[in-house]
Design a protein around this ligand. Structure first.
Ligand code: PLP
Length: 364
């Protein structure tokens, strides 16, 4: 790996070891972060450090607020319309629906205003409709999309042109897996648990002038203006999850930042896609080549719609080799290899070797 990555590249295991080391005695204080008050100056230092690392890694402009909230990505499916759909009088928003997660977000937004799906309805989530087929609404308060559809393995390789309307993006499953120009967005959110930490904290990056437009029924904990004014401390934040995110961001920084993550993620995913593409149809990825995800690689084994017995055998064999969590989401079946930042090139290579071995054993 030394040829491919900076010398200091090392396993994210380091983060867990540090958390373990500090679990009972954080920074010589004699207590754990789990016991610490969220109002203490020590926790405040962690919160500030997490924010400044994120600002540095994503080059976040000064006119954006960074929030660390509870409620997960799903909480943001509600928070986004509650805070932003009232930006313009029509109370409407445009949605791109390219998979399970954006579909859920659009459905939730319908509770608070009018939702326009801007492209012809997709019968399967295997491609991103051509931008030329989108009809954007000039009076929409925002245009929403999910940059990486985790279940279906569909990822945007470009930033949509929102034509003067605020762009809102769910980056939960590809956050910090590649560089991003934050200034193109009104708001970005991401649950930490895939690429930047553990479950419990959701990062929201929002431009300042979008604060203060929440609907009156917006719960106070979801009100971006309130949370921004209180530096995410309106209520008790997920302290330990924020601390883990801080360690992961430090790890990303020490390993070359988002550009290095992108290089690594390209290499990892190419190893798997190359095997799929050279397998003469034994492995089949249903996703259009132009929008294949670098984070989640879904594929079927044996034939296009999957030979279930063979897929079970594939999963069992993988399990014997110590490779777990490869089963596709229950709504799509098959196999899904998730290659988040913490997955190493060696991990991806071990899967690729196993896929080659399984192919040789079963190809007919
Ligand atoms: N958005 C995306 C892209 C996701 O992958 C997920 C969960 O996997 C969610 C939103 C929902 O996140 P949560 O489970 O934190 O509510």
């Amino acid at each position: 790996r030394s040829e491919l990555m900076p010398d200091m590249m090392c396993d994210v295991l380091q983060v867990l070891l540090q958390a373990q080391k500090e679990l009972l005695n954080y920074s010589g204080l004699g207590i754990s972060i789990l016991e610490m008050s969220h109002r203490s100056s020590d926790f405040n230092k962690i919160l500030n450090k997490t924010e400044s690392l994120l600002r540095e890694l994503l080059n976040i402009p000064g006119n954006y607020k960074v929030l660390f909230l509870q409620g997960g990505g799903s909480g943001q499916f509600s928070a986004v319309p509650l805070n932003l759909i009232g930006l313009k009088g029509d109370r409407c928003a445009d949605y791109l629906v390219t998979g399970t997660w954006s579909a859920k977000a659009a459905k939730e937004a319908e509770k608070y205003g009018k939702v326009n799906v801007v492209h012809p309805k997709l019968h399967s989530y295997t491609k991103i409709p051509e931008p030329s087929s989108w009809t954007l609404t000039p009076s929409a308060s925002y245009v929403y999309y999910c940059c990486n559809e985790t279940v279906h393995g569909v990822e945007f390789s470009f930033t949509p042109e929102a034509k003067g309307v605020e762009l809102v993006c769910d980056m939960s499953s590809n956050f910090l897996s590649r560089p991003v120009d934050v200034s193109k967005f009104g708001l970005i959110f991401a649950g930490a648990q895939k690429n930047v930490g553990c479950a419990g904290v959701t990062v929201v990056i929002v431009r300042e002038d979008l604060l203060g437009h929440a609907l009156k029924e917006c719960p106070v904990v979801l009100d971006y203006k309130v949370q921004a004014e209180m530096s995410s401390l309106y209520n008790t934040p997920p302290c330990f999850s924020i601390y883990i995110t801080c360690l992961v961001l430090e790890w990303i920084k020490n390993n070359g930042g988002s550009a290095a993550m992108e290089m690594l993620n390209k290499q990892k995913s190419s190893r798997i896609y190359d095997i799929i593409d050279s397998s003469n149809g034994f492995y089949v990825c249903p996703v259009d080549v132009s929008c294949r995800s670098r984070m989640n690689v879904p594929f079927r084994v044996g034939r296009k719609d999957g030979d279930e017995a063979l897929e079970k055998k594939f999963l069992d064999g993988a399990h014997e080799r110590g490779m777990i969590s490869l089963k596709g989401h229950r709504s799509v079946g098959g196999i899904r290899a998730s290659l988040y930042n913490a997955v190493t090139l060696e991990d991806a290579e071990a899967l690729a070797d196993y896929m080659t071995h399984f192919l040789r054993e079963h190809h007919y």
